[in-house]
Design a protein around this ligand. Structure first.
Ligand SMILES: [Zn+2]
Ligand SMILES: [Zn+2]
Length: 236
């Protein structure tokens, strides 16, 4: 139950914190109808279709080859695998997405940070992200998938917080300020990490000048429908 509720609680807490600030309310008011369409459609995909589909996909892909529950890591091992191991994979995945730029381009199009931007994407771009494939694999293989699910849920909660635009500093974690710099037009090639900063620090891509960037977002110049379905030909 806690696993299911965690991202939901963080979502509403971040939204309330943003809405309590004048600048945050103005940014939410400035969102266009197209912004809402893109983010809500993808929230349905990333928030519902992917988590539900991962379990089904795991049983279909792996069941004929590997026995369910054959990986004995226990609850805590499963949690660490999701929250640290898969996080390292995501770092590499995110760097690759910047080389497959059109696939990831729409996520960088939002002109302001807020929790809804977490799901800003082209609808099929999720298939290029490591999470659904890792979840499908490990939920099938692990002996105690509940620990892995909690790690995946904490990752989803941090994803929402990281996009909130709240200027907070938490040691070791990728904060909203780190990620705002990743969304800035001048520094999109820094801070690729999701949960932990260690991967950026080890690979020389960490950046934090101690304040929020003056601007975020690279406008795509594409219609909402193009952003959802066919992101090729965006400017920048
Ligand atoms: Zn990126
Ligand atoms: Zn982002």
């Amino acid at each position: 139950m806690f696993t299911l509720l965690l991202p939901l609680v963080v979502f509403w807490a971040c939204l309330a914190a943003v809405a309590s600030k004048k600048a945050g309310r103005a940014a939410l008011r400035d969102r266009t109808q197209g912004d809402w369409w893109i983010d809500l459609v993808n929230l349905g995909i990333q928030g519902w279709a992917v988590p539900l589909g991962a379990g089904w996909l795991g049983s279909k892909l792996w069941a004929p080859i590997l026995p369910a529950g054959g990986l004995h890591l226990g609850f805590f091992g499963g949690f660490v695998l999701a929250f640290v191991g898969v996080d390292a994979l995501y770092y590499a995945n995110h760097r690759l997405l910047h080389r497959l730029w059109p696939v990831h381009r729409v996520h960088h199009g939002a002109p302001a940070m807020d929790v809804w931007v977490t799901s800003r994407n082209t609808v099929w771009a999720t298939a290029f992200v490591v999470y659904p494939w890792a979840h499908a694999c490990f939920l099938h293989l692990l002996d105690a998938p509940e620990g892995y699910l909690l790690g995946a849920s904490a990752t989803a909660a941090l994803d929402l917080w990281r996009h909130s635009g709240l200027d907070m500093r938490v040691p070791a974690l990728v904060t909203p300020r780190h990620h705002a710099w990743h969304h800035s037009p001048s520094h999109s090639h820094v801070n690729f990490g999701a949960n932990w900063m260690i991967w950026d620090r080890l690979c020389g891509t960490a950046y934090d000048p101690g304040h929020m960037p003056a601007a975020v977002g690279l406008p795509t110049g594409l219609s909402p429908l193009r952003q959802l379905l066919w992101p090729f030909g965006a400017k920048g």
